[in-house]
Design a protein around this ligand. Structure first.
Ligand SMILES: [Zn+2]
Length: 302
């Protein structure tokens, strides 16, 4: 049942809106320049319920309304053209999503290419992995991507090709930058005997990084707001912190970096044996396993 105002002007406007919504629902390509009689004949005898801004109705009910009370054709036409415009936008957005997702998928495995067909030629060498893209509800793999790639216009193909090449360039750049950072951290780590390596590195933009790095026994997974140099010095600080964590040999008083005592050496300079054992820590309801370093008295050689 429609809930229409008693106020004459409001009611007139509401009927135009309802008519536009029901007709657009029945046929998104509807021609809004038809006579009221012709519009009514499209609506007549259609009894399936349609939801509108003024409640549920049916084509048949709306046909009776516009025949009895007339139709504000200016309001009606402007509504229809607005709905068509909006639908056009949604479809464009859907298509853009598909384009984006295809470029994303291709850039994972392709080498840079001068032509769109050059990308297609590489698909046969892709692994059999399927990627699910939720933004357009599509799954992409080497079996279906070529057919989809052929559906685009020439203009769209050029934009996909450029996009894929840009993405490959960016991931090469991430790889280079990640390597550079790892080399730098390794050099500093080596001074202390602390292992450093980078598991994952992505430069999202000049001031935002995603990184997974191991410094000694610590795995650090983080996002970082700042420049590359700031990120680098933050990680160097972590190495220094790790290097500052020392254990003392009770027999000779030598201070040894905990990571080194646990992972690198077996004996202190004085001959004391270094033993690493596990122990439990209870915190609230959780139990954590920790590793402890202890020293065994050096055996006298004389
Ligand atoms: Zn010692």
């Amino acid at each position: 049942m429609l809930n229409l105002s008693k106020n004459k002007n409001k009611r007139k406007k509401a009927i135009a809106i309802v008519t536009a919504q029901v007709l657009f629902h029945m046929d998104p390509e509807v021609d809004s320049h038809q006579e009221v009689k012709e519009l009514a004949s499209i609506l007549e005898n259609r009894t399936d319920p349609v939801g509108t801004a003024y409640g549920w109705t049916s084509g048949d009910e709306v046909a009776k309304l516009i025949i009895e009370e007339g139709l504000d054709t200016i309001e009606f036409k402007s509504r229809i053209s607005r709905y068509k415009g909006r639908r056009h936008l949604t479809e464009k957005k859907k298509n853009n999503n598909l384009k984006d997702n295809i470029s994303d998928y291709l850039s994972k495995y392709c080498q840079k290419s001068k032509t769109y067909d050059g990308l297609i030629d590489q698909v046969q060498f892709f692994p059999d992995t399927t990627y699910k893209y939720f933004s357009d509800g599509i799954e992409l793999n080497k079996e279906n991507v070529i057919d989809l790639m052929k559906t685009f216009t020439e203009e769209e193909k050029v934009s996909i090709l450029n996009d894929v090449n840009d993405k490959i360039a960016k991931s090469d750049e991430n790889y280079e930058l990640g390597n550079e950072l790892e080399k730098y951290l390794k050099d500093i780590g080596d001074r202390y005997g602390i292992d450093c390596y980078i598991d994952d590195f992505e430069r999202v933009n000049k001031h935002y990084y995603l990184i997974k790095v191991f410094i000694g026994n610590q795995g650090i997974l983080t996002d970082f707001n700042g420049t590359f140099l700031e990120l680098r010095s933050a990680l160097v600080k972590e190495i220094e912190l790790e290097a500052g964590d020392k254990v003392t040999c009770p027999y000779c008083g030598r201070k040894i970096i905990r990571f080194v005592a646990m992972n690198v050496i077996k004996n202190c300079d004085c001959g004391a044996r270094i033993v690493v054992s596990n122990y439990r820590v209870t915190k609230g309801n959780a139990i954590y396993m920790r590793r402890r370093v202890s020293f065994r008295k050096p055996v006298k050689s004389d």
